[in-house]
Design a protein around this ligand. Structure first.
Ligand code: ATP
Length: 309
């Protein structure tokens, strides 16, 4: 029997007054996988995640979390789902260790709190009140709290925002370990590298709708770009004319040339055409390389470059 999806959202709508924050969004997060939700500021990520967590009611659509309704079945879901909120929700005066120990009493089989403090690098801050922790340390305590009860599903809303590189890598290790234990992880992030490293499945949302969905490899496609450096101001129109139909060629910034094969892979014939074109002009290309588009390329293509209000 196949496992139920960890989360299934269909036709989700959420309005705040006249503004529609989530506009018919559909996504599925498989059990035991890491799903990354990406989207520009204001795209509706946190709203969607908070509805899945049972903190907000939807205006329309269906949401199933471990096969249950996040609001009506909140009591059943509580021990099975871990939540790391963007702003922690932790009492300011309570020391880190005490907070985890208190929380662990509500779980049937919690992790050892000393071990968990060590995993998130807060052992030396066991007695530090939450309000005296740095922003990144507060994030790490929230992360520890989210996984304390050995949940089947964890929601991490921008888990590494404000963390230094060491803490970020430790968090990535923890997410990888959760996944290895069969835990489903749903994370929102603005770090494309984080999504590329961790996620089995990426969902890109914009204006409250899913605009792309797939594995990082499927979204970025096969090696679809050829880059080289040469003297500035080469005639890219003439270069384009020498390339297979459907290619694109541009110089940006000056002296950096990019050739793209939309939806396809760079073939040997394309490489031969580029080097022949350069040879005809006595141009020696340097740093010539063939590469895949990055998730950031795909993200910007789909969501545009305009800043969001
Ligand atoms: N409580 C609220 N009241 C009114 N509007 C809200 C509220 N929460 C969110 N919004 C609006 O809903 C839209 C979606 O916000 P949301 O926080 O879900 O986006 P997000 O994708 O998580 O953004 P970010 O990347 O900036 O965290 C935004 O336009 C935001 O201003």
């Amino acid at each position: 029997m196949s496992k139920l999806p960890a989360v299934e959202v269909s036709g989700l709508v959420k309005r705040y007054g006249p503004a529609t924050a989530v506009d018919g969004l559909t996504l599925t997060a498989a059990a035991g996988e890491v799903t990354a939700i990406l989207g520009p500021n204001g795209a509706g990520k946190t709203t969607t995640v908070e509805i899945c967590e049972g903190y907000r009611a939807a205006d329309a659509g269906t949401v199933r979390v471990l096969g249950l309704d996040p609001i009506q079945d909140a009591v059943k879901l509580k021990p099975r789902v871990g939540v790391m909120l963007q702003d922690g929700g932790i009492p300011p005066a309570v020391p880190a260790g005490e907070y985890l120990r208190t929380l662990s009493r509500f779980h049937v089989k919690p992790h050892d709190t000393a071990w968990l403090l060590d995993i998130v690098g807060l052992t030396s801050h066991t007695k530090t009140p939450y309000k005296r922790l740095s922003g990144g340390q507060q994030q790490r305590l929230s992360l520890a709290a989210a996984v304390l009860g050995r949940p089947e599903l964890v929601f991490l809303d921008e888990p590494t925002a404000g963390m230094d590189p060491q803490a970020r890598h430790a968090t990535w290790d923890l997410v990888t370990a959760l996944r290895a234990d069969g835990v489903a992880v749903i994370l929102t992030t603005h770090f494309m590298e984080e999504a590329e490293r961790l996620a089995d499945h990426v969902v890109i949302i914009d204006h409250g709708q899913t605009v792309a969905d797939g594995t990082p490899a499927a979204l970025t496609g096969s090696a679809g770009q050829l880059r080289f450096r040469a003297e500035p101001g080469l005639d890219t129109d003439s270069l384009l004319a020498a390339l297979p139909t459907g290619s694109a060629a541009k110089e940006s910034p000056a002296g950096h040339y990019l050739i793209e094969v939309p939806g396809g892979a760079v073939q040997p014939a394309l490489l031969a055409a580029v080097t022949a074109w350069c040879a005809d002009r006595a141009v020696l290309p340097s740093s010539l390389r063939i590469e895949s588009r990055t998730l950031e390329d795909v993200f910007l293509e789909l969501t545009g470059r305009d800043l969001r209000g």
